[in-house]
Design a protein around this ligand. Sequence first.
Ligand code: BGC
Length: 454
Amino acid sequence: MRQRLTQPRESGPHARLMRNERFLIRRSAGPYSELARRAAAALATAARTAALLAILTSTASAQAPVPAASSRAAPPSPSSAPVVHAVPARQPCHAVSPQACAAAHALGRGVNLGNALDAPREGDWGLTLHPELLDRAARHFHTVRLPVRWSNHASADAQARIDEAFARRVDAAVDRLLAAGAWVILDLHHYTQLTGGAGATRHPREFAVDEAVVEARMVNLWRQIAARYRDRSPRLLFELLNEPQGTGEEPANEPKGASTNGDPTPQRAATARPLGGERWNRLAARALAAVRETNPERVVLIGPDDWNHPRGLARLRLPADRHLIVTIHSYDPFDFTHQAVPWRQPVLPRGVGCCDDAQRQTLREALDTATAWSRTQGVPLYLGEFGAYREAPMPARAAYARLVREEAEARGIGWAWWEFASDFSPVWDSEQGRWVEPIRRALGVGGNPRPRKD
Ligand code: BGC
């Protein structure tokens, strides 16, 4: 099985140095008070739901929807075309709340603000989240997924006390995006000491974590994050963990994170085996329970193991909770999307194009696996990442971007491109201050921005 290593390549003046650094709530006095309590609770829930649905409806209608079928056949959008965000095809929702269902259908066209707060330290990978960048992403995309390496900004012990200065950086980004009207997906990214596997080699700027506390740390991180954002808009969603890398079937003594990217001083990941299978199911349930202590109804995303690939869905056992969306990633065909990435050994050859019939088939099969799972489970999906490394030929990357976008939208699935303005596959060239046109057109974004709210 092919494995994808998570570490992106740095750009900018310190590229060589950075490449070498990389590794990666009751009181009851009798039946009447109980009846009254139940009635009051029902009214409160109805009011909350109505308020949330009003928000969802208003944010969705702020955008001009275009039928998925017509978007499939549409020519590249001219830059003057309206921004299109709503995804009209419907997803199965029989096992989730109206809020979760509405959120899944409102996420629409999105982007990852990757390689900034998920770097070991913000700026390490050439990208800092300055206000203009946040505004541009928020005004041109319906959803911004914000990857955050919380684990490296928290104490190494089981408590995982989050560094307040770092948390304020995250607050600023989250609040700016929300104020601009975007949906925000806040995740826990690159917790390499936990996710394990060959791609989890610890970055030299990451500290070691005792394997005995890696899981407790994740739960405690979420307890703090959730409490911190408990009063934020329901447009803020939480995603428990980016890409648990295992399947739960790896032998216990599999070698830990190996020196796969040429780092002269290879570090070891803390976990003995990549996170996956029942271990991931149990941990996800614990983390969700920590979130629910303060956010009883916030919509949470959970992804399958095996790098969030749809093939991991067969092992995913969701906690009993109605406010969930399941997130998947799509990097098929992998030899195309990850050609020449320097952090994967062996490096995949350059020059692979996209997308012939076989490649389309590969890509569609994975999405079909996901939609079949979703139909059976009644839980809607989100496509949290797809992208093709910048070393692949641009026409092929644009064709790939359009194809995946259309395949997702035809299934009613909202998506987020990896990534906005860093170097895996940017749609915005921050150095030149302009769109990467072929990708922008393929994604059907960047037309009329959402009006500023400030
Ligand atoms: C990782 C990035 C990587 C991208 C593509 C993401 O999940 O966080 O580091 O560049 O996948 O491989």
